[in-house]
Design a protein around this ligand. Sequence first.
Ligand SMILES: Nc1ncnc2c1ncn2[C@@H]1O[C@H](COP(=O)(O)OP(=O)(O)OP(=O)(O)O)[C@@H](O)[C@H]1O
Length: 337
Amino acid sequence: MDEGFIDVKGVEKVFEVRKKAGFLKRERRQVRAVDSISFRVARGEMVGYIGPNGAGKSTTIKMLTGILTPSGGRLRVAGIDPSRERTRLAHRIGVVFGQRTTLWWDLPLIDSYKLMHRMYRIPDGRYRENLDRLVELLDLSELLDVPVRQLSLGQRMRGDIAAALLHDPEVLYLDEPTIGLDVISKAKVREFLRELNAERGTTVLLTTHDLQDIEQLCSRVMVIDHGRMMYDGPLAGLHEAGESERTLVVDLERELPPIEAPAPARVVRVEGPRQWLAFPASESAAPLVARIAAEYPLVDLSVREPDIEAVIAKMYVEQTEKTANAGNAGNAGKAVS
Ligand SMILES: Nc1ncnc2c1ncn2[C@@H]1O[C@H](COP(=O)(O)OP(=O)(O)OP(=O)(O)O)[C@@H](O)[C@H]1O
């Protein structure tokens, strides 16, 4: 594996925005959407890129595709400077924006693929082979003659993913690929991405608000907030850093006193026969489930994932406190409030 297939060093993006400040006056303001971030992604890696709304994720992806030019820093994808050689790079990357489609709205799905065949100048044999494979893997055969506007969200998403892969890109950027999809469609998309990565070694950068996308697909996650990189490492480490908790929802046969769970798991809510137990997100639920199943009359149970925003908010508070404490420690004599 070569290091730094995607190579980002001290990259910044500052937007100039004009705001109305009175009848005729306009004030100029700068928005630092991406603030000196650095990371490397090796060829074949699948990395999650997450953060709250307005954190700078889309801006980063737009710089990686060459749509936006960085205000500072250095950026390379497959050795190419995206904003200088956008067209050359376009042949090596694929992009899927969950909230927008790259398909022609009024045309049958197959016509969009035919147009891409020509736009990307994909050799005929390769196009046929890729199309057949993608149609099979993404279950598209029944949909090829349907106009895109008549497709459901999940069908359209699968159609968009195929469109992004027809020209065999080495890198795939996915922006919220499972947003609004039902459980079955989400599972289909995730399974396809896993196979794509395993079979073709496609490098994937995935932006999502769904922690299960990351958990099921990525061994590494990067967290951005206010344009800054807050965390880069395994998902379990993120849970530890944010001390986040998952919730086990237990339905008992009847109303009972709070379940006696081994610490740090604990009951946080009881409503009739239903009880909610919080436990560290970095730990497996299996031992807790086994113990409850052995000792209590169980009807059903489910595990709820922590919310990304909550994990990041907690991490943010902790980092701020750590910085404040470090400052206070060096300031002997001052009271720590
Ligand atoms: N073209 C633009 N002009 C001015 N400001 C912009 C522009 N594009 C983005 N921004 C600002 O930059 C910041 C980062 O936006 P960005 O779209 O990258 O966030 P995001 O992490 O993708 O958010 P979301 O999850 O909501 O899509 C926000 O404050 C946004 O308002």
